[in-house]
Ligand binder design. Structure first.
Ligand code: MLT
Length: 256
């Protein structure tokens, strides 16, 4: 389904009836990553998957897609669907967007799952990596995508999930360079929301891969501690929804 926000198309899917749960994909992904879970979960709940700005079938809003802008887009979809309160599950960048949403629309959240994600801002070192990535995308977008996605899982899982990773790349190749650069800028300027996470009193959890190459489990342990947020550390790398798909099902049972 499509709505327009600030005159730009926003694509989302909604299936099932019941307590809403919104899934937000990460950088270079689309709402498609959640497809393997939708049929089962939508037997009991309203399952909403949104293509975030610049990704999938959602348009690009400008040079920078801040996490706040992305959260406003999520809110526009919720308003369209008349959803008053929802659980949010955010993978990586989707988790950063969830944190911006938690800050700006706190009354609309009933539960929060940060998957391979963090409430923290980029370190200075990471900001430099973002600038390098922006230059690379401008020079050779597809080479950047191929490399970035290959680096997300352990060598073992790269073999076990070869087909899924190839599909992820094919889907990502369709994302425009402008959309990728806007997300990189947005992630780079995001603020630290550790305090926001700490203050959330409803069901909240961080799920992290022990060998996540993007967010080290040591740094996630520290931030989980600081934000008083329960942490589940599982095997695998940055793509827990793929590498450990059972986790999604378990979480949803927990939330219920
Ligand atoms: C993601 O998977 O969304 C990104 O790797 C997050 C990031 O680059 O910080």
């Amino acid at each position: 389904m499509i709505i327009k926000y600030q005159g730009i198309k926003v694509y989302y899917t909604s299936a099932g009836i019941g307590k809403p749960i919104v899934f937000l994909h990460g950088f270079l992904e689309t709402g498609k990553i959640w497809e393997p879970f939708v049929d089962e979960l939508s037997l009991k709940r309203q399952v909403i998957c949104i293509d975030l700005p610049g990704h999938g079938r959602t348009g690009t809003f400008g040079e920078v897609h801040s996490m706040e802008l992305m959260a406003d887009v999520v809110n526009a979809v919720l308003e369209e669907l008349n959803v008053q309160k929802t659980t949010l599950v955010g993978h990586s960048m989707g988790g950063y967007v969830s944190m911006a949403f938690a800050e700006n629309y706190r009354e609309k959240i009933s539960g929060l799952v940060l998957m391979n994600s963090t409430p923290e801002a980029d370190s200075e070192e990471r900001k430099i990596t973002r600038d390098r990535a922006i230059n690379l995308v401008k020079r050779n977008k597809n080479a950047y995508i191929g490399m970035a996605i290959s680096n997300l899982v352990s060598p073992d899982n790269a073999i076990s999930f070869e087909k899924e990773i190839e599909e992820l790349k094919q889907e990502a190749f369709r994302i425009s360079a402008k959309g990728i650069v806007a997300a990189l800028h947005g992630m780079k300027i995001r603020t630290d929301r550790t305090k926001v996470l700490k203050e959330l009193t409803f069901y909240k959890i961080i799920i992290s891969g022990k060998n996540d190459p993007i967010l080290s489990s040591e740094s996630v342990k520290i931030v989980a501690n600081l934000s008083k947020c329960p942490l589940i550390l599982i095997e695998g790398g940055h793509l827990s929804y793929m590498e450990n798909s059972y986790v999604i099902r378990e979480i949803v049972h927990f939330i219920d």
